[in-house]
Each structure stands twice: as C-alpha cells, then as structure tokens.
Design a protein. Structure first.
Length: 137
C-alpha cells in the first residue's frame, strides 16, 4: 500500500496530476493552500495527499471561488473533520464508560443475590380459638 503522505512527486508531475501549471502550484503554496515537502536542496516534493488537496482546490475554483474563498472552505472542511474525529473519540469513551458501569452494576446485583437468605415456608393450619367456635384440627 502506498503511503498517502510520502512526498515523491516533483512539481511538474504534481502539476500534471492536478491539471494545472507548475506556477499555479507555487501560487497555491504562497497563499498557504498547499505545503509540499522540501528536499535538502530545496526542491518541492508533493505527496498523494497534496495531489488530492490540489484537486479539491481545482474543484472549488472551477465552481467560482477565489483563492480566499477556497482557503476558507478548506479550513472549514478541516475543522469539520477534526470535530467529527473528536466526537467519535468522545463517543467511544462514553461507550467504554457505559460498559464499565454495566459490568459494575451486574457485579453488585450478583453480590446482592448471594446475600439473600432463602425463606423456609411451613404450612400452618388455621385454628379459630375464639370462645364458642368449633375447633378443627
């Protein structure tokens, strides 16, 4: 499986994959829309994630957004993804806590059942002991 974040594409290949001119990629970088890795010599290297980001930028600009609008949309999408991840983390933690409480409650219930003493029932015949009553028995 190819690592999505491994920066392997030079600027000309990244531009071709994204369907834009290399100069456009330099503009996007200056505007903070994409942040390619740099080699020791300073050359840009783009990852598959960067290419996906470039395609998203192209999609938004083709819909009529300017680069400031694209930047805002990308930030909102990132914020939403982070909020969803946090919500999922909290949901998982809540489920763990609920399960722990359920197990604790079951333990208490088992302990209470062990403490119960069986009731021994005997049959008692009723006798009417009032004066003048007929005694049966």
């Amino acid at each position: 499986m190819h690592d999505q974040n491994r920066a392997v594409y030079v600027i000309s290949v990244a531009a071709e994959l994204a369907g834009v001119h290399p100069q456009t990629l330099r503009i996007y970088e200056r505007k903070g829309l994409v942040a390619p890795a740099r080699t020791g010599g300073g050359s840009r290297r783009y990852s598959r994630s960067d290419i996906d980001q470039l395609l998203r930028i192209q999609e938004l600009t083709n819909e009529g957004l300017n680069l400031l609008g694209v930047q805002r949309v990308l930030q909102l999408e990132n914020d939403l993804a982070n909020a969803r991840a946090e919500l999922e983390t909290q949901r998982q933690e809540s489920l763990r806590k609920i399960e722990a409480l359920r197990q604790e409650a079951e333990g208490h219930l088992r302990a209470q059942r062990r403490d119960l003493v069986p009731l021994r029932q005997e049959v008692v015949l009723y006798r009417d002991v009032r004066p003048g009553s007929t005694r049966r028995g």
